[in-house]
Write a protein that binds this ligand. Structure first.
Ligand SMILES: [Zn+2]
Length: 210
């Protein structure tokens, strides 16, 4: 019988029945999983559950590119724990950063939405996939292929928020993403939400930073 997931530890590559072997699990829980705060290029606060450079990066890469869906609980648990730490009272909505159609199409799944759904289950904060939208474009340039200046230029009009009075006033939104580097995408998303809902507070949380 073929196992559903390769039975090797994501951290060290040894044979293990769980995505992280006992040793790596301990390392993850006590060393790598640590909240940190960063400032995006546009000056927004970004909270992260771990650093990309380390076990956190291995975990998120194995999920996104290696299709190790068995690591999803590790990711969503880490995010959920930080939600309560930075919450200062409950959030009204979890808003995942929307992905480009091309990425969802080529990858076949939406990692950040999957994380969002699980975090929503853990925290009882509703997930809202309708507020923040990404402009549909098959030809949207890949951020990685652009230089810094063009990258900033490419983004501003990619995101927009939709209006719906039933979503209320003075809400607190939790914008989530899997990885942040410069944080430009996240700032643009926050900007799009607050342009439509100027009285809303938006906090940003990512799984890994770096
Ligand atoms: Zn291991």
């Amino acid at each position: 019988m073929t196992p559903l997931f390769p039975n090797i530890c994501i951290g060290c590559g040894k044979i293990a029945a769980t995505p992280l072997c006992f040793h790596c699990e301990q390392e993850w829980m006590h060393k790598h999983r640590q909240v940190s705060k960063h400032i995006s290029q546009k000056g927004d606060e970004i909270f992260a559950c771990c650093q990309y450079n380390g076990l956190g990066g291995k975990i998120i890469r194995s999920f996104k590119y290696g299709r190790r869906f068995d690591v999803l609980p590790i990711i969503s648990m880490a995010v959920s724990n930080v939600v309560s730490e930075i919450g200062e009272g409950n959030f009204s909505y979890i808003i995942p950063v929307p992905q480009s159609f091309r990425k969802i199409f080529t990858r076949g799944f939406h990692p950040v939405e999957m994380i969002g759904h699980q975090v929503s289950q853990h925290t009882s904060i509703p997930i809202n996939l309708k507020i923040l939208k990404r402009k549909w474009s098959w030809y949207e340039k890949d951020q990685a292929s652009l230089n810094k200046q063009n990258r900033l230029y490419n983004l501003p009009h990619s995101f927009f928020a939709t209006r719906n009075k039933s979503w209320g006033e003075n809400q607190k939104a939790l914008l989530i993403d899997d990885v942040s580097t410069t944080g430009t995408t996240l700032s643009r998303c926050k900007e799009a939400i607050q342009k439509r809902y100027p009285d809303w507070k938006v906090k940003i949380l990512v799984f890994a930073h770096g």
